[in-house]
Design a protein around this ligand. Structure first.
Ligand code: PGD
Length: 802
C-alpha cells in the first residue's frame, strides 16, 4: 500500500474532533473524511484530490434533514381499498406502520402478484444513481432481490445519460463502455492536443461526478496544462459556461440541437477543399461513398454546404470554412458530449462526430481523433483499472421482457402496445407492481404529468428512499432507507485508482434500514432468505466482495492488504491498465485488430441500421429536423429553446436541500438563465420570479440574466424537487422549477429510444403574483395509523402467504 494512503487512513481514524473521529467515506462526487459533531457532518476532502467538489457541502445537513423518512409509510387509499389502479396515488395521505406490519403486507402483495400474474408483471428496472458504495448499491440490491426471491422482473436497458449513444456506437465503432472507459484522454489532452473542438463543451460541473466515486478530479488540471501549452479550445455550445471560465476558449453558439448540420457543413468544406484523409477513409472505414453522395447532395439535390449549414445552425459559413481548415491543419480532438444525444435524433451528432474525426484521419493519434462523453462524467478520460472492483452478484433474471429505460410511462400506460428498438419490436407487458430503490423518476423522467398518470395504473408501487422525494408521493409503500453515511461499505469505480473503506459516520435516522436489510426481511417472509443473503451478514458480504480485488492485487505482486488492514487504513491504491485503446490498436493495424462492427471497420454507412428502415435514423448520419427547435413551426408559439441540462449545485436531484445546491437558487427556486435581450423583451429583471411554460405544463423559476446564454435560449437545470401546486390564474405548475414538467416524453429515435429531455421549446413571462411557498423539502404528508385501519391491517395480515 502506498505510504501516503496509510498516513491518510491512520490520521483519519485516529484524529479526534470533540469526541468524534474523522472517518473515511466516499460519494459519487468525491472521497472525503468526516466527523459527526453537533448535529452536522464536518467534511474534509481527500488530501490527494487536486480539485475537490463543492458538492461535498450538500452532505452536511443530510443525516437529520426534515425530509428524511423515519418510519415505513403506506398510502391510506391502498390500505383502505387494497391493490389496484388509483387516481389518488400522488396526492393521497400516508399512514405510519411498524416494520413488521409494513413488510408482512408487502410480502403478501409480492406473493399475490407473482402467483397470479407472474414475475413478468413486476417492473424492477428501478433506474437511478442511488449512492456510491459497491455493496449497498440500491439498484444492485433490488435486482438481486427480484431475481433471487421473485424469479425475475421486467428490466430496463441503457441509461438516461447516454441511451442514444449506447445503441448507435456498437453499430458504428464498438461498445460505448470500452470506447469511453479505456483511454487516457485527459493526459493526452494535456500533453498532445493542439485543437479541441468540443461539441457540447467540456463542462467541469459534470466531470466532478462519477458513478461509484471520484477520488481525484483531474479535469481542471488537464485543461489548464493544455491551455498553458498553447492548445486551442473551440466550444460549440449555446451556453458559454460549458467550460471553465478562466481558460481562454473560442465560443461558437449554435442554435441548440443543430450540431449535426454544423458538422455536415464542416465535412463539406473538407471535401470541397480536399482536406479529408482519403487514405485513412479507404483503409479504416466502410460506406464513405454513400455518405459523400448525401453530403454533396447527389441523391437529394441538397449539398450540405457551409451556407446550408449556416442557415440551420446560425454559425456563419466563413466561420465554418475557417474552422474546418484549422481542424485539418492541427492535431484535433473532436469531442461530443452526452448532452447532445439526450434530445430527439441524438444518435446523429454522436455518429457524425466519428465521421468528422475519420475524415480528418486522426482517430488513434495521440491527442487527436474522437471522444464521446469527455467531460460529461468524471471517469471518462481516466485510465481504466487493471484489477477488479467489488461487485454484488445480481442473480439470474428469468424474465426476458425489457424496455429502453426512458419508455417507462409508455410501458405503464399501454400494456400490449409495441415499441421499435434497435431492429426489434418490443411488446409492453402488463405491469401490476413497480419496485423502485435508489432513483427518483419524478425528477428524471420527461413530462411528469404523463408519468403521474402512468404511476396511477399499477396495482402497487413500492419505493425505498431515505428522503421524501416526489417519487415517494407516488408510491403505496415507502420504506425508509439509510443513507451511505449510516452504514459501512466499499467505495470504488471502474476508472478511479482508489478503493475506499466507507466507514459508518452516523447512526441511522429514525427507523431507517439498509436496503439489504429490508430485502432480507422480505425474503425471510417469502421463505427465500438464504437465496438472497447466501447466509452472509452485511459485514460478511463486505469481506467477501473485497476478496477478488485483494487476490488480483496479490497475483500482480502488488501490496494486497487483508480486509482488516484495508479497513483500518481507509483505502487501497489500485493498479491502472496501460493497454492501448481498441480504437488505437485498430487504427495502427486494422487488418489484425478489426473493430467489433459487422465490417470490422468504422461504419460511416451501416447496412444493419439501413435495413431497419427507420425514417428517424437512416443508414448514415444525417440532419433530421427535430419537432422542437428554433427553426421549426412550433417556435412561433413557444419561441425560447430551453436547455434542461445537468445542475451545477448537486448531482441530479440528490441533496437538493444542501447548502451548495440552495446557494445557487434564486428566491429558493431553480435558477433560469436567459440572455439580456430575451429578458428585456419580456420585462424580466435579475432575481424576478418567472413562469416558464408550454402546452404540456409550467413551472416557476428565478431569473438570472446572463450574456453567456445564446439569445433565444434559456437554461434551467434538472433536479429541483418536483412541487406541483395549483396557482390562481395559471393552473397547476411546479413552483420549484423542475423542467421535466415541460419536456416531451418521446424516445430519441426508433433505433435507441433514449431520453430526449435536454431540449424543449417554451415561453417565459414575469410572474408578478405573490409567489407560492416551495414545499418540496418539507416531507411527505403522514399520519399515525387510525384505529379503523389498524383493524384492516390486522385482517389483511391474516391472509396466508401460500
Ligand atoms: P437521482 O437524483 O440521482 O436521479 O436520475 P436519478 O433518478 O438517478 O436519484 C437517486 C435517488 O436515490 C435519490 O432520490 C436518492 O435520495 C436515492 N438514494 C441515494 N442513496 C440511496 C440508497 O442507498 N438507497 C435508496 N433506496 N435510495 C438512495 C438521473 C437521470 O435524470 C440522469 S442519469 C440523467 S443523465 C437525465 N438527465 C436529464 C436531462 O439532461 N434533462 C432532463 N430534462 N431530464 C433528465 N433526466 C435524467
Amino acid at each position: 500500500m502506498a505510504s501516503e494512503a496509510v498516513t491518510w487512513g491512520r490520521s483519519i481514524v485516529g484524529e479526534v474532533m470533540g469526541n468524534h473521529d474523522f472517518l473515511p467515506h466516499s460519494s459519487h462526487w468525491g472521497a472525503f473524511s468526516a466527523a459527526w459533531a453537533n448535529g452536522e457532518l464536518v467534511i474534509r476532502p481527500h488530501p490527494q484530490d487536486p480539485a475537490p467538489s463543492p458538492l461535498l457541502d450538500n452532505m452536511s445537513s443530510a443525516p437529520r434533514h426534515q425530509s428524511r423518512i423515519a418510519r415505513p409509510l403506506v398510502r391510506r387509499g391502498w390500505l383502505e381499498r387494497g391493490p389496484g389502479p388509483d387516481p389518488r396515488r400522488g396526492s393521497d395521505e400516508f399512514v405510519e406502520l411498524d416494520w413488521d406490519d409494513a413488510l408482512d403486507l408487502l410480502a403478501r402483495e409480492l406473493n399475490r402478484v407473482q402467483s397470479i400474474h407472474s414475475a413478468n408483471a413486476i417492473f424492477g428496472g428501478s433506474y437511478g444513481w442511488s449512492s456510491a458504495g459497491r455493496f449497498h448499491h440500491a439498484q444492485s440490491q433490488v435486482h438481486r432481490f427480484l431475481n433471487c426471491v421473485m424469479g425475475g422482473y421486467v428490466r430496463s436497458v441503457n441509461t438516461y445519460s447516454s441511451g442514444a449513444a449506447a445503441v448507435i456506437l456498437p453499430h458504428v465503432i464498438g461498445d460505448m463502455q470500452r470506447l469511453t472507459r479505456h483511454n487516457d484522454l485527459w493526459r493526452e489532452l494535456a500533453d498532445h492536443s493542439e485543437m479541441i473542438v468540443a461539441f457540447g463543451g467540456l463542462p467541469t460541473r459534470n466531470s466532478v461526478v462519477s458513478s461509484g466515486g471520484n477520488s481525484q478530479h483531474v479535469a481542471p488540471g488537464a485543461l489548464r496544462a493544455a491551455a498553458a501549452r498553447g492548445a486551442r479550445f473551440v466550444l460549440v455550445t449555446p451556453i458559454r459556461d460549458d467550460f471553465p471560465k478562466e481558460i481562454d476558449a473560442e465560443w461558437l453558439a449554435p442554435v441548440p440541437g443543430t450540431d449535426t448540420a454544423l458538422m455536415l457543413g464542416l465535412a463539406h468544406v473538407m471535401v470541397d477543399e480536399n482536406l479529408q484523409d482519403r487514405a485513412f477513409l479507404e483503409r479504416h472505414t466502410t460506406g464513405y461513398d454513400a455518405f459523400e453522395d448525401y453530403l454533396l447532395g447527389r441523391g437529394d439535390g441538397c449539398a450540405k454546404t457551409p451556407e446550408w449549414a449556416a442557415a440551420i445552425c446560425g454559425i456563419g459559413p466563413d466561420t465554418l470554412r475557417k474552422l474546418a481548415r484549422d481542424m485539418a491543419r492541427s492535431r484535433t480532438l473532436v469531442s461530443v458530449s452526452y448532452s447532445l444525444q439526450r434530445s430527439q435524433h441524438g444518435e446523429q451528432p454522436v455518429w457524425m462526430g466519428i465521421v468528422l474525426a475519420a475524415m480528418l484521419g486522426q482517430l488513434g493519434k495521440m491527442g487527436g481523433g474522437y471522444a464521446f462523453g469527455f467531460g460529461s462524467i468524471g471517469n471518462i478520460g481516466k485510465r481504466p483499472l487493471a484489477a477488479p472492483i467489488p461487485t454484488l452478484p445480481q442473480g439470474k433474471n428469468s424474465v426476458a421482457d425489457f424496455i429502453p429505460v426512458a419508455r417507462i410511462a409508455d410501458l405503464l400506460l399501454s400494456p400490449g402496445a409495441t415499441c421499435d428498438y434497435n431492429g426489434q419490436h418490443l411488446v409492453y407487458p402488463d405491469i401490476r407492481l413497480v419496485y423502485w430503490a435508489g432513483g427518483n423518476p419524478f425528477h428524471h423522467h420527461q413530462n411528469l404529468q404523463r408519468l403521474a398518470e402512468a404511476f396511477q395504473r399499477p396495482d402497487t408501487v413500492v419505493i425505498h428512499e431515505p428522503f421524501s422525494t416526489a417519487s415517494t408521493r407516488f408510491a403505496d409503500f415507502v420504506l425508509p432507507a439509510t443513507i451511505t453515511m449510516e452504514r459501512d461499505d466499499i467505495g470504488a469505480a471502474g476508472n478511479d485508482p482508489k478503493l475506499i473503506a466507507m466507514h459508518k459516520l452516523v447512526e441511522p435516522f429514525g427507523e431507517a434500514l439498509d436496503d439489504f436489510e429490508i430485502f432480507k426481511r422480505l425474503a425471510q417472509r417469502l421463505d427465500r432468505a438464504d437465496a438472497f443473503t447466501e447466509n452472509r451478514s452485511s459485514q460478511e458480504w463486505l469481506r467477501h466482495l473485497y476478496e477478488p480485488t485483494r487476490s488480483a492485487l496479490s497475483t500482480a505482486g502488488l501490496p494486497a492488504p487483508d480486509f482488516d488492514t484495508f479497513w483500518q487504513s481507509g483505502e487501497v491504491d489500485l493498479p491502472l491498465s496501460d493497454k492501448p485503446s481498441f480504437v488505437r490498436s485498430f487504427c495502427d493495424d486494422p487488418e489484425n485488430n478489426p473493430l467489433p462492427t459487422p465490417s470490422g471497420r468504422i461504419e460511416i454507412f451501416s447496412k444493419t441500421i439501413a435495413a431497419f428502415g427507420y425514417a428517424d435514423c437512416r443508414g448514415h448520419p444525417s440532419w433530421i429536423e427535430p419537432a422542437e427547435w428554433l427553426g421549426g413551426a412550433r417556435a412561433r408559439q413557444f419561441p425560447v429553446q430551453l436547455v434542461a441540462n445537468q445542475p451545477a449545485g448537486r448531482l441530479h436531484s440528490q441533496l437538493d436541500f444542501g447548502s451548495h445546491s440552495m446557494s445557487l437558487k434564486v428566491q429558493g427556486r431553480e435558477r433560469l438563465r436567459l440572455h439580456p435581450s430575451d429578458a428585456r423583451a419580456r420585462g424580466v429583471r435579475n432575481g424576478d420570479i418567472v413562469r416558464v411554460y408550454n402546452d404540456r405544463g409550467g413551472c416557476l423559476a428565478g431569473a438570472s440574466i446572463d450574456e453567456d446564454v445564446r439569445p433565444g435560449v434559456a437554461q434551467l437545470s434538472t433536479g429541483a424537487w418536483y412541487d406541483p401546486q395549483a396557482v390562481e390564474g395559471i393552473g397547476e405548475v411546479c413552483v420549484h422549477g423542475n423542467p421535466n414538467v415541460l419536456t416531451r416524453d418521446i424516445g430519441t429515435s426508433s433505433l435507441a429510444q433514449g431520453c430526449s429531455g435536454q431540449l424543449v421549446l417554451v415561453e417565459i413571462e414575469r410572474f408578478d403574483a405573490p409567489p407560492p411557498t416551495v414545499t418540496a423539502h418539507q416531507g411527505v404528508k403522514r399520519a399515525p395509523l387510525p384505529a379503523a385501519l389498524a383493524e384492516r391491517v390486522a385482517a389483511l395480515k391474516k391472509f396466508s402467504l401460500k
